[in-house]
Write a protein that binds this ligand. Structure first.
Ligand SMILES: [Zn+2]
Length: 142
C-alpha cells in the first residue's frame, strides 16, 4: 500500500478525539442531516431551474449588460452553465439517495467499507456515499 499524502485539514490531537467521540450518529443528528439534505435539495433544484433558464436563453442580454467588455464569452458562459447543470442533477440524485438512507436507517455508513463516515465530512457533504478513503478508491478506478 502506498503511503497517501496527509490531508490538507489534518486533525490535530483535540479535534481527533472529538471526531471519534461524535462518530456515531444519534436520532438528533439524523434529524439535522435530514433537514440539511432537504434544504440542500431545495437549493439544488432551485439552481437547476435558474441554470436551465441561463443555459437555454439565446439573447444573452444579461451577460452583455453585466460585462460589456466580455462579448464573445457568451458561448463559454452557456457551456459553463450546462456543466453546472449536469453536476447539479447528479447531486440531486445523490441527495435523494441520502434521504432514502436516512429513512432506511443506514445514513452515515460508508457504502465501501461500512464504517461510519466522519461527521466533519457529512457536514461538508451530507450526501456523501463513501468515507474519504473509499471515495479516493472509487476515483482512482474511473
Ligand atoms: Zn469507506
Amino acid at each position: 500500500m502506498p503511503i497517501l499524502p496527509p490531508l490538507k485539514t489534518v486533525a490535530t490531537g483535540a479535534s481527533t478525539r472529538i471526531l471519534r467521540m461524535s462518530k456515531k450518529l444519534n436520532a438528533k443528528d439524523l434529524e439535522s442531516y435530514k433537514a440539511l439534505l432537504t434544504q440542500l435539495r431545495r437549493e439544488v433544484s432551485g439552481d437547476i431551474s435558474d441554470l436551465e433558464a441561463d443555459a437555454f436563453s439565446t439573447d444573452g442580454e444579461r451577460l452583455s449588460v453585466d460585462n460589456p467588455a466580455d462579448i464573445g464569452s457568451e458561448s463559454f458562459a452557456q457551456e459553463f452553465s450546462l456543466e453546472l447543470l449536469q453536476r447539479d442533477e447528479v447531486t440531486l440524485g445523490e441527495i435523494d439517495e441520502a434521504l432514502g438512507r436516512v429513512k432506511a436507517g443506514t445514513f452515515g455508513a460508508c457504502e465501501g467499507c461500512a464504517e461510519a463516515i466522519p461527521k466533519v465530512r457529512l457536514n461538508a457533504v451530507p450526501h456523501a456515499r463513501f468515507c474519504v478513503n473509499c471515495q479516493r478508491k472509487t476515483e482512482r478506478h474511473r
